[in-house]
Design a protein around this ligand. Structure first.
Ligand code: AMP
Ligand code: GLY
Length: 426
């Protein structure tokens, strides 16, 4: 089978690494990919949001299966584009329809969906420019911390949490009136702050059946001890110790199944991954957010723990029948440490040569932001640069291996967090 994977980050290198291991894969193309994905297949210089170009490439190269890594093309309707085009509607595509992608593309839609389907989530209200006065009154009626969320996609920056009422009211005005996040903040969700520890749960669904993937915890803040600004993610750990059988039963019964049932009830075509961003509030799971794709850097610790060939699962998912499939999971734990460019998530430089990548360590190196320059050197090309994943019988050993490897890879101004897993690895 010829497969096209869309995206260019650590998530995509991990998916490409796994897909390339399948005996069913004849050829793998990655658009646009990075220096790491080039080791797993052929990078193709196409923009995942240019649907005409993607469609044309698929036809010219006899691609049978398209796997969409990031959310943006899905929210923009790539699935619907393929379905609506008579030349392309026979192609299998992993990723939800635009209607399904609204679970991530619109916080307001996601909240309404959860309330309708009795899925536990923080209490909330939505506001627009016309109701900014009510938004301020709502903030004043509630206790801090205040949680403000831009309705649309805002590149991970659309959530503001503050305990300062002045800042909260100022921000709500900026979002609704000054369009701080463009159209994404024409609507804003204000919700109750939940206290607990977060985890990420993933399923692959054909819209009817679903398979649970290993869970993970990610570390979003740049600084040790979970301090400083949010990043795309500085590391991840799988499994998560508090996600025991009792907790996961609650997740299945209260969250996953009602979500699948809710999508079915609304007639939403959903064939792809669902990422449940959860918070454990005194033993009960609540949904913080839905994402319609795999997480990054969770993928880097989740996928290496899946023993099953992913390609038959992806194909069956896209073709609407996962019922005969199962996922077999590694007993070993995985820990991912992300090496980032100095300055990230603020300004940083690109183009620094990376050394220490070619060695026979037991760790797996997933490229997040790399490229090959004119001198055929692998160089930095993003904030998050390399994800180091290690597997071991327990998370502590996996962590140790990843830290050792993280020290051996060098590029100018490299930074990584030394405390990934600090709260769950004993
Ligand atoms: P999101 O972009 O929705 O993932 O939100 C970013 C981060 O904000 C989440 O990972 C949480 O750490 C935090 N967060 C979002 N909503 C809430 C909430 N209702 N209560 C507490 N923390 C939240
Ligand atoms: N690691 C969080 C995300 O992928 O959104």
């Amino acid at each position: 089978m010829k497969i096209l994977l869309l995206g260019s980050g650590g998530r995509e290198h991990t998916l490409a690494w796994k897909i390339a291991q399948s005996s069913l894969t004849d050829q793998l193309f990655i658009a646009p990919g990075n220096a790491g994905t080039a080791q797993c297949g052929t990078n193709v210089s196409l923009n995942p949001n240019d649907f005409n170009a993607i469609g044309q490439y698929v036809l010219e190269n006899n691609v049978e299966l398209v796997v969409v890594g990031p959310e943006e093309p899905l929210v923009n309707g790539i699935y619907d584009y393929f379905r609506a085009n008579s030349g392309l509607n026979h192609i299998s595509i992993v990723g939800p329809s635009k209607a399904g992608a609204a679970l991530e593309g619109s916080k307001d839609f996601a909240k309404e969906f959860m309330v309708k389907n009795n899925i536990p989530t923080a209490r909330y209200k939505s506001f627009t420019g016309e109701t900014v006065k009510s938004a301020i009154a709502y903030l004043e009626d509630n206790k801090p911390p205040y949680v403000l969320k831009a309705d649309g996609l805002a590149a991970g920056k659309g959530v503001i949490i503050t305990s300062d009422i002045q800042e909260a009211t100022g921000t709500i005005k900026e979002m609704l009136l000054d369009k701080k996040f463009g159209v994404a903040s024409e609507k804003v969700v204000i919700e109750q702050f939940l206290t607990g520890i977060e985890l990420s749960v993933f399923v692959l669904t054909d819209g009817n059946n679903w398979l649970l993937l290993p869970e993970a915890k990610d570390y979003k803040r740049i600084g040790e001890g979970d301090t400083g600004p949010n990043t795309g993610g500085m590391g991840s750990v799988s499994p998560v110790s508090f996600a025991d059988a009792t907790f996961m039963d609650k997740v299945r019964n209260r969250i996953i199944q009602p979500t699948i049932d809710g999508l079915k009830k609304e007639g939403i075509d959903y064939r792809g991954f669902i990422f449940f961003g959860l918070i454990n509030v005194d033993g009960d799971p609540f949904v913080i957010e839905y994402n319609i794709r795999m997480g990054d850097p969770e993928t880097e610790s989740v996928i290496p723990r899946i023993k099953t060939d992913l390609v038959p699962l992806l194909k069956a998912c896209a073709d609407g029948d996962l019922s005969a499939h199962k996922i077999e999971t590694e007993e070993r734990a995985a820990v991912t440490v992300m090496l980032v460019s100095g300055g990230y998530p603020g300004n940083y430089s690109r183009g620094y040569p990376i050394t220490g990548l070619n060695n026979d360590s037991e760790s797996i190196l997933f490229h997040a932001g790399t490229t090959i320059n004119n001198n055929q050197q692998v160089v930095t090309a993003g904030g998050r640069v390399i994800a180091v994943t290690s597997l071991a019988m327990d998370a502590k050993q996996a962590l140790q291996k990843s830290f050792e490897m993280a020290q051996k890879i060098e590029f100018k101004d490299k930074y990584f967090r030394n405390d990934i897993g600090f709260d769950i690895i004993k």
